[in-house]
Design a protein around this ligand. Structure first.
Ligand code: SAM
Length: 225
C-alpha cells in the first residue's frame, strides 16, 4: 500500500474511521440524512438544479455525497448529466468503498456503478450518467490548477481540529475564486476560523441549525463584488 492510501478501521463493522485523521468518514447517526441536510439543503438543492449545474467538493472519501447528489439530481427530473468535481488526497480502495456504502441501500443502484468505475480508475473517467471527476492529490495544490467556477461547494474535510489543512485560509480563498457569483458553499462545521476564512474569501456566511447532535452548521453565499 502506498503511503497516500486511506488508512481505515471499522466502527460497528460498518462505519469507516480514518486512523490517519482519527475521525469517521460520515455521521455515526445517519450519514445519508446528514448529507441531505448539510450539503443538499445547505446549498438550497435540489431547488437550484439546472442544466450545467456544477457541484465541487473537498474530500471525496466514500463518495456518499456524490451518490446523494446524483440521486437527487435524477429525482428532480434533470435530463442532462450533473457535473461533480471532488478532491481527494488519500483515496480508499474499491473494496473499502463498497463496504462503506452498503450502509445506504437507498443509493445502492448508484453505489454499484460508482464502485465499478472507481475500481477501474479513481479519477472516475469511466463513470457514466454523471459528469464526475475526482482530482487526486492535496487540494491545497490541485484546486488552484482548475479553470472552472462551481455553483455549489460541499466542504467536507475531516473535523477542522483534526484536518485543519483542508480548511485553511489559502484553500478557502481558492474555493472563493472557484465559485460563481451567487454560488454557495455548505459545511457541517461552524468552527470560527472556517467561517472567518470563508468571509475573507468573499462569502456572506450564515450559521444555521446543524444535523443531529451538532448544534450549528455553516452556509455561505458568494456575494457580488
Ligand atoms: C470526512 S471525509 C469525506 C467524506 C466524503 N465526502 C464522503 O461522502 O464519504 C474527508 C476526506 O478529505 C480527504 N482529505 C484530507 N485532507 C485532504 C487534502 N489536503 N486534500 C484532499 N483531500 C483531503 C480525506 O482523505 C477524506 O477522504
Amino acid at each position: 500500500m502506498s503511503d497516500q492510501s486511506a488508512k481505515l478501521e471499522w466502527r460497528d463493522e460498518k462505519i469507516p474511521v480514518s486512523t490517519r485523521f482519527d475521525d469517521p468518514y460520515f455521521s455515526l447517526d445517519n450519514g445519508l440524512n446528514e448529507t441531505r441536510h448539510v450539503f443538499l439543503s445547505g446549498n438550497n438543492l435540489p431547488a437550484r438544479f439546472a442544466p450545467g449545474f456544477h457541484i465541487a467538493e473537498l474530500g471525496f472519501g466514500t463518495g456518499l455525497n456524490l451518490l446523494a447528489a446524483w440521486r437527487a439530481w435524477e429525482a428532480s427530473g434533470q435530463d442532462t448529466p450533473l457535473r461533480f468535481t471532488s478532491f481527494e488526497a488519500f483515496p480508499m480502495e474499491a473494496e473499502e468503498m463498497a463496504r462503506a456504502l452498503t450502509a445506504f441501500p437507498e443509493v445502492a443502484e448508484y453505489a454499484v456503478r460508482l464502485v465499478d468505475a472507481w475500481a477501474q480508475d479513481k479519477t472516475l473517467t469511466t463513470l457514466k450518467g454523471i459528469d464526475a471527476t475526482v482530482v487526486l492529490g492535496d487540494a491545497r495544490r490541485t484546486l488552484a490548477q482548475q479553470n472552472w467556477l462551481a455553483d455549489a461547494w460541499f466542504l467536507d474535510g475531516f473535523s477542522p481540529a483534526k484536518n485543519p489543512e483542508l480548511w485553511d485560509e489559502d484553500l478557502m480563498q481558492q474555493v472563493g475564486a472557484h465559485t460563481k457569483t451567487g454560488g454557495t458553499a455548505a459545511t457541517y462545521t461552524a468552527a470560527g476560523f472556517v467561517r472567518r476564512n470563508l468571509e475573507n474569501a468573499g462569502f456572506d456566511v450564515t450559521r444555521i441549525q446543524g444535523f443531529g447532535r451538532k448544534r450549528h452548521m455553516t452556509t455561505a453565499l458568494k456575494a457580488a463584488k
